[in-house]
Design a protein around this ligand. Structure first.
Ligand code: FMN
Length: 372
């Protein structure tokens, strides 16, 4: 039994813990002849890296990635390309500060996975959380960088659209703004408010949740399969697999329940280029589990960081009532660094379905279809 792998054709396996010597992943199924160097991957890791503003943990991990296998210099072009064999990636852990773990060693942090790891396995790596730590997500981001290259013209972008109770104004959405504030927020005015708000949260030793929206453009129509291979089903599983995620929506999501059929159905018209155009995108680019060619839109909710400075009631692993508060470095809003992680998971799922589609269907049917 292994639960450290996801994807079918584009298959990612991660390994490692925050307090081991390194973390890594193996990306299997990547097509050959694709240009790939560390420089294609590192910028995405740099966006996820901690310690870049006062709003994220002050851990200092350079997260420098090395490609260990699966690439070769193509003599014709002189470029380093994928060979079609497994691509192994490694990141050394350099900031495993030794500290006193006596408080969390035996006590369960409410909201964290300490209790469930103990009742399942009978032991847990309490130094930084082991596999339950989001350190592992660096490898998903690295795999996502490769996935983005698999699908021609794919553009996956993410944005933080809500922090605590504060939502952005969608009328002010500006993708360029996302890279100009420490929150990946597309609304400049709300980003300024987030800064003040999160300063207060951080100084109070507390934490807050967030909602992140991922938009994937350039997704060809026809990706995904009925019933057990639905693109939206796989996206939901992938996003729900990110630490601290408690909800996922596609397109109009939960709001679709409040719409009537006329409002919700995305009407169609023939476009000037001879292809159908949808007049809205409540479906989030997916119908029947299959992509329509519209942008794929997914949203996920991240809960507040559970390691907080405020004392909380808990129990220890020997059956005693106790109290706990977490000292040390943590993100007051883990939703911020979840943005590049969400993008990566969406990219991996789309790359997987792109290769599945190529394998099963090959060339899609010419459109419009022939008259019966
Ligand atoms: C980027 C990122 C960083 C995180 N950092 C912390 C942290 O510093 N402290 C903490 O308690 N949880 C942190 N988490 C959340 C925990 O990893 C997560 O809550 C825990 O593994 C329990 O899993 P669950 O919340 O998915 O049930 C982080 C999550 C993400 C996505």
């Amino acid at each position: 039994m292994s639960f450290n792998t996801f994807g079918h054709m584009f298959r990612v396996t991660t390994f490692g813990e925050s307090h081991g010597p390194a973390i890594g992943c193996v990306v299997d199924g990547c097509p050959p002849h694709m240009a790939l160097t560390e420089a294609d991957i590192q910028p995405y890791l740099d966006r996820r890296r901690p310690g870049q503003s006062r709003f994220t943990t002050q851990r200092q991990e350079p997260d420098t990635v090395r490609i260990l296998s699966g690439v070769f210099i193509d003599e014709a072009s002189g470029r380093q390309v994928t060979t079609g064999t497994p691509i192994a990636l490694l990141i050394d852990n350099v900031d495993q500060r030794s500290k006193d773990y006596s408080d969390i060693k035996d006590k369960y942090r409410p909201g964290h996975a300490d209790y469930t790891y103990d009742i399942k396995y009978g032991l847990r790596d309490y130094r930084g959380g082991g596999r339950q730590s989001a350190r592992e997500t660096a490898m998903r981001v690295a795999a996502g960088a490769i996935a983005r290259k698999v699908v021609p013209a794919l553009n996956v972008r993410g944005a933080l659209i809500q922090m605590g109770p504060h939502r952005i104004d969608r009328a002010r959405w500006d993708w360029a703004e996302v890279e100009h504030n420490p929150f990946f927020c597309p609304d400049a005015e709300k980003a300024a408010l987030f800064a003040d708000y999160l300063d207060g949260v951080r100084k109070a030793g507390s934490s807050v949740g967030a909602v992140i929206e991922i938009v994937a453009e350039g997704v060809p129509p026809g990706l995904g399969a009925p019933i057990y291979g639905k693109l939206d089903g796989d996206l939901a599983a992938a996003l729900m697999g990110i630490n601290a995620v408690k909800g996922v929506e596609i397109g109009a999501g939960f709001h679709a329940a409040a719409l009537c059929g006329e409002e919700n159905a995305d009407e169609m018209r023939m476009g000037n280029d001879g292809k159908p155009v949808f007049l809205s995108n409540n479906a989030g680019g997916i119908l029947g589990g299959i992509s329509t060619g519209q942008p794929v839109v997914a949203r996920f909710a991240v809960k507040p960081t559970s390691s907080i400075l405020t004392p909380r009631r808990t129990v220890d692993r020997y059956g005693n009532d106790s109290e706990i508060f977490t000292t040390g470095r943590h993100d007051p809003c883990v939703g911020i660094r979840a943005v590049p992680i969400g993008e990566a998971m969406v990219a991996c799922v789309i790359a997987d379905h792109y290769l599945r589609q190529r394998g099963q269907v090959g060339e899609p049917p010419a459109w419009p279809l022939l008259r019966r």
